[in-house]
Write a protein that binds this ligand. Structure first.
Ligand SMILES: Nc1nc2c(ncn2[C@@H]2O[C@H](COP(=O)(O)OP(=O)(O)OP(=O)(O)O)[C@@H](O)[C@H]2O)c(=O)[nH]1
Ligand SMILES: [Mg+2]
Length: 91
């Protein structure tokens, strides 16, 4: 799939405040520092769309990125380090 646009939408600390748009949403779940944010940057070919770090616990919020204006990629905090707990893939 050609990614034509990848736009940061917002960061949230609670699932309730996340976007409610009726479009598909893909999130990656995993331990801190395994490369979830890096994977999002790789897939979208945007070097610094999702913030990454060599140290665990970089992503602490639920970050929504709107792809091609019709679906979301979601960067979640990793478990093991971040204070916010993981969120299951939400549809
Ligand atoms: N060797 C190797 N390192 C990687 C790869 N992908 C990411 N990294 C490195 O792993 C570290 C963590 O990457 P992040 O993408 O910030 O990890 P994360 O899973 O988002 O971490 P949290 O935000 O803490 O949940 C960084 O130093 C990356 O450069 C990979 O494919 N291979
Ligand atoms: Mg991250």
């Amino acid at each position: 799939m050609k990614i034509k646009s990848a736009d940061f939408v917002m960061s949230n600390s609670s699932v309730e405040s996340c976007p409610s748009d009726p479009i598909p949403e893909y999130a990656f779940i995993g331990r801190s520092n395994v490369g979830k944010s890096s994977l999002i940057n790789m897939l979208t070919e945007r070097k610094s769309l999702a913030k990454t770090s060599g140290r665990p616990g970089k992503t602490q919020l639920i970050n929504h990125f709107r792809i091609n204006d019709n679906w979301f990629l979601v960067d979640l905090p990793g478990y093991g380090y971040a204070r916010v707990s993981k969120k299951e893939k939400k549809t």
